[in-house]
Write a protein that binds this ligand. Structure first.
Ligand code: NAG
Ligand code: NAG
Ligand code: NAG
Ligand code: NAG
Ligand code: NAG
Ligand code: NAG
Ligand code: NAG
Length: 480
């Protein structure tokens, strides 16, 4: 802190001198630092609110995370007033209960002493985009939002992500209802434009980014349009569907509480008979589930992570304790493994392979798979609560590659086919995801400049080889 403060003092002349000697101040060696301040609206920590922002989290790993950071007031305007003024909200409580959530922030005592003023005084250009203070009871929507702010695009009403009243230096306007009117996108573009201008003018900048997300009503951006036919035609979820999803989410967890009870009864019985040590416990599930992802209200039927990732735990005699592994293993590999653990011969027609060598340390690890195949045959026209969750074009095959350098899903969708030998026709849709940068599979890279053509060729070849294989032909050492 001190170092930054001292550096600023040394390198930043006061306003008067600054006006007289502009050029030397901004010589490259003494460039003042820029600031990008992201201030979300209602973003929690304790409910897992940071999780969706995985790339921002990765970005911030370079710095410091304050695990015990608190707001002075759990309400928008008071907390925002504390941020910009560096003073407690009790300094600004209005005498008559009116104003910005009971604060009077319309006084020069408040707005003349906020940090934008000081940054501007020290040669910065200051931009504020999205939500700064709350619009009600503030001058935000009447004139320049706050002294010191040079460039701005601020929202003049809360609780909406479309049809928003916005104000910028040119005046007011209302955004519309189209995808390009989504508030977070508008705020993002205005910010990027401001930064570009500052960089072109070689001017130090302070960019305040105040998205409304995830504040109520937390309207998500419109659904993915670069995905396959079934997803492209999804309508946004309506309130009724959202309620059903929330209820189902709760009930899914509640129903599992009883399964947990069941398991404890089993443990109790085995314990009573001193049989725990000689028993393997395996826990898995047939497939995953979706609740609202890709605008699908619920169900499975899709090749994405929600639907294909499932738990797998194993404990028992000779199994390593307290270990987690990142090798790729899939359902066909379970039966050969259980047989091997029981000392039973594995039938040669089994196409999966035993991964026992990963589990016990009894033999050298021979598990080398880094790909997993996904196959699905459309169940027909499955309309569920106003949404297609399955349909004729939803027959797909795909390969999931996961190793130390790659985390990729390559998918092919086919129209109306039944037998595996028909996969030699042209798919009607392709999808390609790099899950390292896009863990939620939102950006289809197929046929974009970011597609790795060599890799796609390799995955396509592997996929079609496996989709036609039978018996021991499918074993890894034969395929590669
Ligand atoms: C806020 O303070 C200003 C200046 O003191 C005053 O004119 C205005 O009436 C006050 N507003 C509220 C809502 O208290
Ligand atoms: C607030 O700032 C404005 C513009 O810089 C100035 O004209 C005004 O005198 C200031 N008011 C107070 C009370 O500091
Ligand atoms: C758009 O916003 C205006 C002003 O707040 C409101 O009167 C109108 O009902 C909104 N339109 C829709 C379709 O929500
Ligand atoms: C934001 O900018 C990008 C790139 O210029 C453009 O494609 C997109 O439509 C813009 N979005 C909005 C909401 O203006
Ligand atoms: C195991 O023994 C305890 C104590 O005798 C008993 O309460 C419990 O019901 C037994 N568990 C089962 C599953 O029988
Ligand atoms: C399958 O998708 C294509 C577009 O990719 C569309 O033209 C066709 O009508 C779809 N077929 C069915 C049965 O939905
Ligand atoms: C991961 O798989 C890709 C595709 O087969 C391959 O090119 C790459 O070398 C593999 N990386 C590692 C670390 O094995």
């Amino acid at each position: 802190m001190n170092r930054i403060y001292n550096r600023m003092n040394r390198k930043m002349p006061n306003r008067l001198i600054f006006l007289m000697i502009v050029v030397p101040v901004f010589a490259d060696s003494s460039k003042p630092p820029n600031f990008v301040f992201l201030f979300n609206d209602d973003q929690d920590l304790t409910l897992g609110g940071m999780t969706p922002m995985s790339r921002t989290l990765a970005l911030m790993q370079d710095g410091i995370y304050l695990k015990n950071f608190f707001a002075n007031s759990p309400l928008c305007c008071p907390s925002r007033a504390a941020l910009v003024s560096g003073r407690y909200p009790h300094n600004y409580v209005s005498s008559d209960g009116s104003g910005c959530m009971k604060l009077n922030v319309s006084t020069p005592e408040f707005y003349n002493h906020t940090f934008p003023v000081y940054f501007k005084d020290h040669g910065y250009t200051v931009g504020a985009f999205g939500k700064l203070l709350n619009p009600t009871g503030t001058p935000a929507c009447y004139h320049q939002p706050m002294p010191g702010v040079d460039d701005y695009l601020l929202m003049c009403n809360s609780d909406r992500y479309f049809n928003v009243s916005l104000v910028n230096a040119n005046g007011h306007y209302i955004s519309g209802f189209q995808p390009q009117d989504y508030l977070t996108a508008i705020v993002g573009n205005a910010t990027v434009k401001f930064i570009e201008k500052a960089l072109q003018n070689d001017k130090p900048f302070f960019a305040y980014i105040g998205p409304h997300a995830p504040h109520y009503p937390a309207t998500p951006a419109p659904c993915a349009k670069d995905h396959h036919f079934l997803l492209r035609q999804q309508l946004p979820l309506d309130k009724y569907e959202e309620e059903l999803i929330t209820e189902l989410f709760r009930d899914r967890w509640r129903s599992l509480l009883s399964v947990d009870d069941l398991m404890m009864d089993v443990v109790s019985m085995l314990t009573n008979h001193s049989a725990m040590d000689n028993t393997y416990f395996i826990w898995s599930s047939d497939h995953g589930y979706k609740l609202g992802q890709f605008c699908l209200p619920r169900e499975k039927h899709q090749p994405y992570e929600n639907d294909i990732r499932v738990p797998f735990f194993i404990k028992g005699p000779d199994i390593h304790k307290h270990k987690s592994l990142s090798e790729v293993v899939s359902m066909i590999d379970v039966a050969p493994t259980l047989l091997e653990l029981a000392g039973i011969e594995v039938h040669p027609e089994m196409e999966g392979e035993s991964f026992a060598s990963l589990l016990t340390g009894k033999e050298e690890n021979s598990w080398k798979k880094d790909k997993h195949i996904i196959e699905f045959w459309s169940q027909g026209d499955g309309i569920k609560i106003n949404h297609y969750v399955d349909g004729p074009n939803n027959t797909f095959i795909g390969v999931r590659l996961l190793n130390e350098s790659h985390n990729i899903a390559y998918l092919e969708f086919y129209e109306n086919i039944v037998g595996e030998h028909e996969f030699n026709i042209e798919p009607c849709d392709y999808e390609l995801f790099d899950l390292t940068s896009d863990p939620y599979q939102l950006n289809n890279l197929y046929n974009t400049p970011n597609m790795d053509r060599e890799l796609v060729k390799e995955l396509k070849q592997y996929l079609h080889q496996v989709v036609l294989c039978k018996g021991s032909q499918c074993h890894q050492h034969i395929l590669t």
